[in-house]
Design a binder for this molecule. Structure first.
Ligand code: P53
Length: 479
């Protein structure tokens, strides 16, 4: 790589996971059933995970075992410390704290588990960064209340958030409310509506309208959490969390350019609402035109304004490309309007690999929201091979991470973008969120477990482990 770039001294180099993808032990110590616990495994070829309502014999539920992190975390933290992580992002499984989501009192055993996890991280000098809701809401809230379309969930989430802010005050300083709240902009994909908002919709419902209603309630809940956190401890920093995907126009045709601009507005209005506390005009007009009922009260507007997020947490995996629709309508439909970008390669799972897109989107965010940015996910899912001698030669992972970190450093050093941390996905192999596979590996540490749940669970350091270790120890100078 070209000459070294000097990153800020206190930059948070880290790694990220989520609770349901690692913890397993899905019924331990009073934990309730989450939406991830009733999602069966899928595959690269058949990616749609089926929600089975109850646990069915003959189905595989990879989130029931994860990588057994609920028990192995003390040893895994030793490995993270050896790697040199300065920050570790995970989530709190809502169902460990409020098993059904609507209880008045928290489950103490759940709080104790995270107490010990955060204490052990701190003892190693690793800053915990915590997401409150990462695709793992209580399934009871789906069944009894219909998920986030129901305003009652605002109160339930507020209680959960307040409980965590109080209980972990002094241990956790950086929080995020809803993981990748913008994935549901692809509302034709039932998986995203379920994962983000706990929606299971009939065909007679307008899914797009339902998505806007659910997202509104989540954003009000998120703002209430921000307000509560600042009351509990003004030091607490609460972020929004978006999957940032640059959406390019295929050509200089103004029609392509207009649709690309609209696509960015569509996918990132959640950011406008959460970072600035305001709905954009174009969207209010869109609701009118479509006749959508999204009850945004004056009280909600005040809440959104007062509860604007402190920073943006973001993931970055790929970019999209669009071209003008045949009917020339300036309306974005993520499920149907995307085209291949001839200038970029794809991963084994068909995700477009675009390191420069990271610099592009960081600049875009800085210009738009003017708040600190934390990259809380970036990585590549790939098939790995564990050699007989215990090595995994994952040069493709090193290449991916190196190219992306380089672009981030250019954004920080040359462009002055305020990025305060980078937690790669993921320091250790985990269950994939979209397909439930173990074989889609992201880790710097290999976990011996396969798609059907078999394996010794032993950990092996991949080649990328030593590589990232020296990235951190040189503060990003040595890529
Ligand atoms: P997996 C889809 C598109 C982009 C990011 O994804 C996504 C998803 C998942 O629905 O999710 C984030 O495991 C997410 C993580 C997830 C990671 O990206 O599907 O925040 O939980 O594991 C990678 O390959």
């Amino acid at each position: 790589m070209s000459e070294a770039l000097t990153m800020p001294k206190d930059f948070l180099w880290g790694g990220a996971v989520s609770a349901h993808q690692v913890e397993g032990n899905w019924q331990a110590d009073g934990k309730g059933v989450s939406i991830a616990d009733v999602m069966a495994a899928a595959s690269r070829e058949q990616p749609q995970r089926v929600v089975t309502d109850t646990v069915e014999a003959g189905q595989v539920y990879p989130n029931h075992w994860g990588i057994n992190f609920y028990q192995t975390y003390p040893q895994d933290i030793e490995l993270f410390a050896e790697l040199g992580l300065k920050a570790f992002r995970t989530s709190i499984a809502w169902t460990r704290i409020f098993p059904n989501g609507d209880e008045a009192e928290p489950n103490v055993a759940g709080l104790r588990y995270y107490d010990d996890l955060f204490d052990r991280l701190r003892a190693k000098g690793i800053e915990p960064i915590v997401t409150l809701s990462h695709f793992e809401m209580p399934y009871h809230l789906v069944k009894k209340y219909g998920g986030w379309r129901n305003r009652k969930l605002i109160g339930f989430f507020e209680r959960f958030a307040e409980t965590c802010f109080h209980h972990f005050d002094g241990k956790v300083r950086y929080w995020m409310t809803f993981n990748e709240i913008d994935n549901q902009s692809d509302w034709r994909n039932a998986h995203h509506l379920y994962q983000d908002s706990g929606l299971q919709l009939d065909s007679n419902v307008n899914w797009e309208e339902a998505m806007f209603q659910a997202a509104h309630n989540e954003m009000v809940a998120s703002a209430k959490a921000v307000i509560a956190a600042h009351k509990i401890d003004p030091q607490l920093q609460v972020g929004a969390m978006l999957a940032m995907v640059p959406i390019y126009a295929l050509t200089a045709n103004p029609g392509d350019q207009m649709l690309a601009a609209r696509a960015m507005q569509y996918r990132y209005y959640y950011g406008d609402v959460q970072m600035e506390g305001e709905y954009p005009q174009w969207l209010l007009k869109y609701f009118d035109r479509k006749g959508y009922q999204v009850p945004i009260s004056a009280a909600d507007r005040a809440t959104l304004k007062a509860g604007a997020a402190d920073f943006l947490g973001m993931s970055y995996y790929f970019s999209f490309t669009v071209k003008e629709r045949a009917d020339h309508k300036v309306e974005f439909d993520e499920h149907n309007d995307l085209v291949d970008n001839p200038y970029v390669e794809k991963s084994q799972w068909g995700w477009q690999i675009d390191p420069q897109g990271l610099r592009w989107i960081l600049n875009w965010i800085q210009d738009r929201w003017h708040k600190p940015i934390m990259i809380v996910e970036n990585g590549i899912g790939a098939y790995d091979h564990l050699e007989d001698d215990g090595h995994v030669h994952d040069d493709y992972r090193i290449s991916y991470l190196r190219a992306h970190i380089h672009q981030m450093e250019l954004a920080v050093v040359e462009d002055g973008v305020d990025v305060i941390g980078y937690t790669m996905w993921s320091p250790i192999d985990i269950v994939s969120a979209s397909t439930g596979e173990m074989a889609k590996r992201y880790g710097l540490i290999y976990v011996d477990r396969d798609d059907s749940g078999h394996g010794s669970d032993r950990r092996y350091k991949k080649d990328s482990f030593a590589w990232y270790q020296q990235v951190i120890s040189t503060n990003g100078a040595n890529l």
